[in-house]
Each structure stands twice: as C-alpha cells, then as structure tokens.
Design a protein. Sequence first.
Length: 501
Amino acid sequence: MASTIASPQGRFAAAPRNWIAGHPVLSGFVAFTGLAALSRPATFRMPLAEDAGGYMYIGDVLLHGGTSYVDVADNKLPANHLLFALIRFVSDTSSVRVRLVLLLAAGLAATALALYVARFAGRAIGFLAGAVFAVLGSAAAVEGTDPNTEQFGVLPMVAGLWLATRGSRAASLAAGAAAAIASLINPGFVFVIPFVAFELWRAESPQARPRLERFVTALIGGLCVAAPIALWLGAAGALDDMVTQVSGYAREAANGHVPAGLSPKVVRHHVTLRYLLDVPMGAVWVGGLTGCAVAAANPRLRRVALVLAAWILVMWGRVKLSSFEYDHYYYPAVPGLAGGLAVGIGALWGDGWRRRVGLACLVLAVPVWSQVVGPQWKALAVPPWDRWGTGSPYAAAYGVAAAIDRATPPGARIMVAGHAGEVYWLADRRAPTRLWNYFRATEHAKYRREREAALRKSPPAAIAVLPTDVVDPDLQRLMAVRRYRLIYGSGGARVWVREGT
C-alpha cells in the first residue's frame, strides 16, 4: 500500500482511494456517522437529562420571539441558546430527534478531526483518527451521547482547528467564526483560540494568504459571529442581564463554591496527585498521550503529535482548575485522545493493510470494548427509561409532562420546582416568570424578589416537582394561599393543578 504520510509542507502525499471514493469528505462523514450510530444504539430512546431539557426550553422561548436572559434566565452563553433553538425547531419534543441531531454533529466533528490529522499525517491516519473519535466519542464514561454543550461544542472547536491549517481567506474567516461560536457556547471553550491562532500562524498551502492577513481575516470572522449576537441582546436590553446571570454562576465557581442546585461528582478541596490523575477513561488518556509521544519521534508526524498532546493537556487542565467537575467536562479532550491514538498507531504500522488493521485492532480492542461496546450491551438489557438508572427523574419528567398536558389548556403557564427544564419542554408550556430555574434565582437577591412577585401576580395553572427536587419556599407560600389539588403522583413526582384551571 502506498505511503500515507504527508510532506513537510502539509500537502497530501499519494494515498489510496479505497476508503473514500469520488467525494472523500462526504464519504468520510457518512462512514463516521455510521460508526457513531453503531456505537450508541442504547441511547436513542433514552430520556434527555436536565441540562439538555433546560436548553430545549430556552430554545422554545427563543423560537416564540423571546430573548435570552430577559425572557428566560440562564447562566450559559447566547450561542448555546441559539443552537438549542435550532435543535428545538427540527426536533419538536422528540428526544430521539435531539439525539439524531447530536449524532450528525458527532459525524461532522469526526470528519473535521480526520481532515485536520490528514493534513499532516496523511489520509489513512486521518481516517483512523476520525473513526476512533466516532466510536470513543460515544463512551458513557464521558457522557458522550448526552446532548450538552461539550458534546456539541467540539464540532466548532475541531472545525476551527482544521480550517486554520488551510490558510486561504475563506478558511481563515471560517476558522475565526468557528472559534467564536465555540467560545460563545461555553466560556470554557475559549481555550481553542490559541490552537486556532497557532495553526493560522504556521498554515502552509498554495492558497495560504500572508500571515497578518490570515489573522485579520480570522478576527473579522469572529466578529461576524459575535457582533450580531451582541446587537440582538443589546436591542432587547439583555446585556446587563447576561452579565449578571452568567457572572453569578461563574463567581461562585471561581471562589471555590459549588453553585446552588448542583451535586457534582467531584469537588476540589485541595490539589492532590490522586485528584490530578483521576479522569474518566484513564487508560485512554494514557494511550492518547503515549501515541503522541511515539509519533513525536517521527519528524513527519511531530507537527500534529505535539499539537494533539497540548490539546489533551489543556482540556485536562481546564477541568482540573475548576472547583468542581462532572464527567462530561472532559469530553472536549476526546478529539485529542482519538488523534493521539491514531498518530501513535500510524507511527508504528508500516506498510500492508493486514499489518495496519491488526495493529489498530490490537491497540483499540480493549478500550473500545470496555468503554463503548460493553456499556451499550448492558444498557440494551433494560428499558430505555431506566437506562439513566431505576427511578431516574429524567424518565419521571415524561409522566409529569403528560399529566400537565392533560390537565391544563395549551398556553397555560406552569411552574416546576428546582431546575427541571425538561418538563416545560415536554409539556410545551411556559413559566410565568423568566426565573424558571429556582437555583438561578437564589444567586441574586433581586431575582428572588422578582420571582416571588411574579408568582403572586400570575399564579401558575400547575405546579410540579420531580423525585429529586423539593417544593421550594416560593411555591410553598403560593400553595398556602391559592387552592391547588394533587392530580398526579408517581415515584415521588407530583403535579398540582390550581382550582378553576
């Protein structure tokens, strides 16, 4: 088989066309999407978790003409809200459709990673990187199939990295736009900007523009994303609210406090070696960094191996510098881990397709089986609604939403205790206040007063609570002065409807 290592100039060397024929990018996307689908069969009918459910509710508010922060409060950045408004538009209240959108995003992210790695290491290694990401990106250990900011955010992050390598005016513009989108989805994704800047600096191709022009064009691309969003929020008077709502959450985390309503898997009290090394899929991290080290010994692979190693370490550091963490916070490291494994295998596999396939299977069989195949196989043995665990509040939200839909007219306002935004989304109902999430209201005294006054002025037609939440003081006071009757109770989930509704 012909060599697939790229020249030092980054242009593809002669490469076999058997893995992609005719339209290589499209063919690769189809292959990666298929691999991702085969790696997550137990997830498509699972209920959405609370984060995704809340974002879907925010997206619904935006689709009905609302504006982030002034019409629906949240601590995330506006590009995330716009993203989920688009997802809400195409998926309605179907969790299956939401997960199919995430599947497409995973396929696109794998394609971008394959193109990036292939830019320096050749098509075969690039394809392997995309395939490894498509599979390991479905791992339950990093909640790879949960539609959250991390799982969607890797797409613009990796796309920006690849586009920056091309150096053309259009690619530089798109690279800047992609980096801005990622940064405006989640502030933790701003770490992609130095990587994009580095690739813009060293871009080499026949279409590459002068270095200064590349940077200026990328900056313009970022402004083309950020400026319209700022104008949208500014026209609605939402910028001050955005700063207040986002900073309240961030300030708590920066001060070492766990924001209200969260029960993270790990809380950092002090730095220890055990804490620093405690990561999900630990063996994959070892394999990814080892692969980068092996590939760095090869001058033709060093240019990509060092970047992938830096990516892994930066995405690890952004989590470990926080005062608390969840497993899905590590998901942005997966493209680096997949790329590291691929370039490490590619540095050793030599010529001949049997040798290459055999080495890839030898290295990847255990992590793929333990992190993807095994968990999916076990999950398929239980009903979809129990795959989050028996008695999961995410499954309970469906029964609660159905009860509300039967007992209240379309357009009725409801209030859900705690932060179970998925009930609003599933029931297709709105809250009578922008402070639908009780814990966001507790971060600021003025918001507490605003929420209490709004509930007194516009009592909701229904009040609901999921098994893991309790009826908060505002709702308790409301139920003490207004007549509500219990119409639904199951496994700790309850729904009350106001008399006369």
